[in-house]
Design a protein around this ligand. Structure first.
Ligand code: N01
Length: 552
């Protein structure tokens, strides 16, 4: 029988996983498979992570369903049927629940358990994690599966507490939904969340004001039901599709890599290429029109101009069309949104676009929102204002490594990791899809599986050799951070004021956080390091007085 309590009364486990979304569930499954006693601590009252919280109208994934799903179990992928090309939030959440039941995961998931601190003890090489409710658990291995876009951000407008209507953030949407019928609604924000929600809110609301600070690029999703024929055809070769996905930069199969520069093509031909992509739908497909859209400004500008032309053609009021045309960043350098009738929505009589770049919001009043020049009376305000991305959830917890050093302090000038998986001074703490890994620039499920598999293999290796602690060497971490920056600087990505660089959070250090060399290249780097006995990591052998690992 296993030890269930550490000497100080904390629950004794082998591994603690923080977060119960796609990453946390797969981590639980894999680590349990190694014979470890594992528990997941999840802040929400249900599992699903992003897909638990983001219930706003129109929430759906921008990666195709047959790709945005686990690949680790052939029977699961054969049996699960996705109703649409791009899955809606409710279907993804249904899938996550199915996976949890199918692999008997729920019994080791603690809900309503927001982790407030995680502290490493040098002597025992163990982590102790405490939740806001006071639950404490200790384990050798601590796996952060807390998500890249999980700390919602509501701008600090003065007066929000005085607002007499209701307000919601898209990333903390009420379980029971929001009724917009007959309401005067204001949506702040035109990122992926706003762009998905706006067309549907407009259909219900009496009047919708869209408060836009920065015009954004979006291309049509061209969503459709998945026919039984399409489903069967894909599943016949599912294993091959998954294998192909593993060899791509984005972890997504079915897109032949482009071979030409946009500047090598005659204008008419280029337009025809973009037109075809526009009508096919999908953001990867669009950005794969040419091989230099994300590295060459002139090439990129051809795609920007194509989309601006589309906006001119769709939006009837030329002034509104002009305001909707992005002009401050290159297409794809912020997440390229996918929409269902976004620009068309601005032709509706009950929709007004408000430019809050030239006339910023200054306060929330009892009756609505006030800009520098005008008050807008509203019954409901929707904040589609994004997240403290990639580092937000990690730094929201008080994480303390060797010698009590805090992660907030270590990352004060930006995140520093080796491979985006670990950070020096915080032994035995793994971050799934952490900053410095491909993460948000890929199909997240592919990146999650790659990281969890790497971590599980690593733990198996360490346990077989009696290693009780692992952490990156500082020099290797420094080199990796440098490499991540160099790769980013060879692209147009860092030029945009995006959440990739933390530009949306006042005071956040400007660092381009994802690794953009591609998941295929990154996977090879990780595998090579593992094959060389975890080169670049310091390993500490079993100390005589450490607490023995429990077994299930
Ligand atoms: O957040 P965002 P999001 N006054 O940060 C505006 C993923 N996702 O939730 O650009 C006025 O992109 C802000 O304006 P600006 C996806 O990776 C995926 O939409 O800072 N406006 C911007 O317009 C995505 O990239 C899916 O000038 C203010 C908006 O709020 C990521 O999540 C769906 C403001 C925030 O946009 C985040 O998307 C949804 C202020 N004070 C999300 N503060 C799919 O899979 C902020 N804004 C399809």
């Amino acid at each position: 029988m296993s030890n269930t309590r550490a000497p100080d009364g904390a629950e004794q486990l082998d591994a603690i996983v923080i977060g119960g979304g796609f990453a946390g569930l797969y981590a639980l499954h894999r680590l349990r498979g190694l014979g470890l006693k594992v528990k997941v601590f999840e802040a929400g009252s249900g599992i699903g992570g992003t897909w638990f919280w983001n219930r706003y109208p129109g929430a759906r994934c921008d990666v195709e369903s047959l790709e945005y799903s686990y690949s680790f179990d052939e029977k699961l992928q054969q049996e699960w049927v996705w109703p649409e090309r791009f899955a809606a939030q409710a279907d993804i959440l249904r899938y996550i629940h199915h996976v949890a039941e199918r692999f008997d995961l729920n019994r080791d998931i603690v809900l309503n358990a927001r982790v407030s601190s995680a502290t490493f003890d040098d002597a025992s090489s163990q982590w102790t994690v405490e939740t806001a409710a006071g639950h404490r658990a200790t384990a050798r291995w601590c796996v952060m599966a807390s998500g890249n876009l999980s700390l919602p951000r509501v701008p600090r407008f003065p007066g929000l507490e005085n607002f007499r209507g209701e307000w919601h953030h898209t990333g903390q949407w009420p379980y029971e939904g929001v009724d917009f019928a007959g309401k005067r609604v204001g949506v702040i924000g035109t990122g992926s969340s706003g762009i998905q929600a706006i067309p549907l809110i407009a259909e219900q609301a009496k009047h919708l004001h869209v408060f836009q600070r920065t015009a954004n690029f979006t291309v049509p999703a061209i969503n459709r039901p998945l026919t039984p024929e399409a489903d069967a055809a894909h599943k016949k070769k599912y294993a091959e599709w998954r294998e192909e996905a593993r060899r791509t930069p984005f972890g997504i199969a079915g897109h032949a890599p482009p071979t030409k520069s946009a500047l090598q093509e005659e204008e008419d031909e280029r337009r025809a290429v973009y037109e075809k992509k526009w009508n096919t739908g999908g953001n990867i497909s669009f950005l794969y029109a040419y091989n230099d859209l994300l590295v060459n400004k002139d090439s990129n500008e051809t795609a920007c101009e194509f989309v601006r032309d589309k906006i001119r053609g769709i939006v009837r009021d030329p002034e509104v069309a002009k305001l909707l045309m992005p002009n401050d960043h290159y297409i794809g350098t912020k997440r390229l949104c996918l929409d269902n009738g976004y620009f068309e929505t601005f032709n509706r009589d009950n929709v007004t676009l408000v430019d809050v770049k030239s006339d910023p919001i200054v306060e929330v009043t009892a009756k609505g929102l006030r800009t520098g020049t005008k008050e807008y009376e509203l019954d409901t305000i929707v904040f589609a204002t994004g997240y403290d991305a990639m580092t937000g959830a990690l730094l929201d917890m008080d994480v303390r490594g060797r010698g009590g050093r805090s992660l907030r302090e270590k990352w004060a000038d930006g995140p520093r990791t080796y491979l985006g998986l670990m950070t020096a001074g915080f032994p035995n703490m793994f971050v799934i899809t952490g900053p410095g890994s491909p993460s948000v620039k890929t199909n997240m499920v592919s990146s999650i599986e790659q990281h969890v598999d790497w971590i599980a293999d690593c733990l198996q290796h360490l346990r077989a050799r009696g290693v009780v602690a692992i952490e990156p060497e500082v020099a290797k971490e420094d080199q990796w951070v440098e490499h991540v920056n160099q790769v980013a600087d060879s692209t147009l990505y860092p030029l945009a004021n995006s959440w990739y660089v933390g530009a949306n959070i006042p005071g956040k250090p400007r660092v381009f956080m994802p690794y953009v060399a591609g998941l295929d290249k990154y996977r090879k780097i990780c595998d090579d390091i593992a094959a060389k006995n975890y080169e670049g990591f310091a390993l500490k052998a079993q100390a005589p007085q450490t607490t023995p690992e429990t077994t299930t």
